[in-house]
Design a protein around this ligand. Sequence first.
Ligand code: SF4
Length: 379
Amino acid sequence: MPKGYVGKLLWVDLTSGKVATTALDEATARACLGGSGLGAKLIHERVRTIKGPLDPSNVLCFMPGLLCGTVVPGANRTMVCALSPATTAWGEARAGGAWGPTLKYAGYDGLIVTGKAKAPVYLWIENDQVEIRPADRVWGKGFFETDARLLEETHKDAVVAGIGQAGEKLAAMACVMFEGTYARSAGRTGMGAVMGSKHLKAVVVRGTGGVPVANPTGLMKRAAEYGGKEKTLFKRNFDLGTAGTVMATEAVGDMPIRNFLGGRWAEKAERVSGQVMFKKYGKHERSCLSCPSNCTLVVGRPAPGSATPRSTRPSAPSAACASATASRSSPAATSSATITGWTRSRRATRSPSPWRPSRRGCSARRSWGCRCAGETARR
Ligand code: SF4
């Protein structure tokens, strides 16, 4: 087995309750390089048996990227892959954080979930121990609360991936969320709905192993060099997050307003930019695992009587898209809109016009057939 892999895949069938591991063979590892490449291969081999995205036969893969769990800067992504309920074709979403690396520390290069549980469940993976546990206590709850409760039930150092009510109700825009209030989201192609269709509320992972690399000292040296360069190149990211690019994006007419039906918002872009928003509400908090970017900043005031921050800093698309679409431009409103997502920002429009899914697909043509933002197009 080449270095960088731990050499095992974890399979869970929720219909039968069977848990199994298989060895990852070297040829597959070299050809697919982990992540969505490996997910695509596993799904492609079974695609003829899949009756639909929300059918128990759909294959849901959680795949850490190849370098996940090493010191390589930024190597922390988890790919979530399945047939998409939004497009009925290939579905893939990704998120940063620590979930993917933790799955590798637990000893697995990927998790593949098939079938459908009779009642809501969550998976508890702690190194070699894998349990399918009832999730009735958290079914119907939002993700932040789910995360907190499942950490109480399992281990404080574990990492949670899960869904909220949108995933349970099989909404085609439902995300898979990671890490509670420091939320990282695998937000495209409705992977949360695939979890919901399997009655799978969450996957909680704790791993205490490591990832073998061929030359630890050499890798550490290169990572330190690259990480240092990255810090200089992306200084604005450290200070302001990707929301620091809002004004530059507006200047070239590329703000993602109403599914790219509009691109300019000269009069108000500055008010929702990182430069303005975070002066008032932000403070540095943390990075995803092994990323020197430190772009995760907590914004908003803590809820009364709580030490828990309300949200992490909105990214550039969230800041621009949520506030401009909802025609709200105060930093507080932008922060709130991105905390509670589209539902709240839609309510804030006060427009009697109904919101309907766009049939045109993604107007940016970033992906053929993409309807990721189509839900927000207002006719
Ligand atoms: S800290 Fe920011 S830049 Fe680094 S991986 Fe996470 S989201 Fe990406």
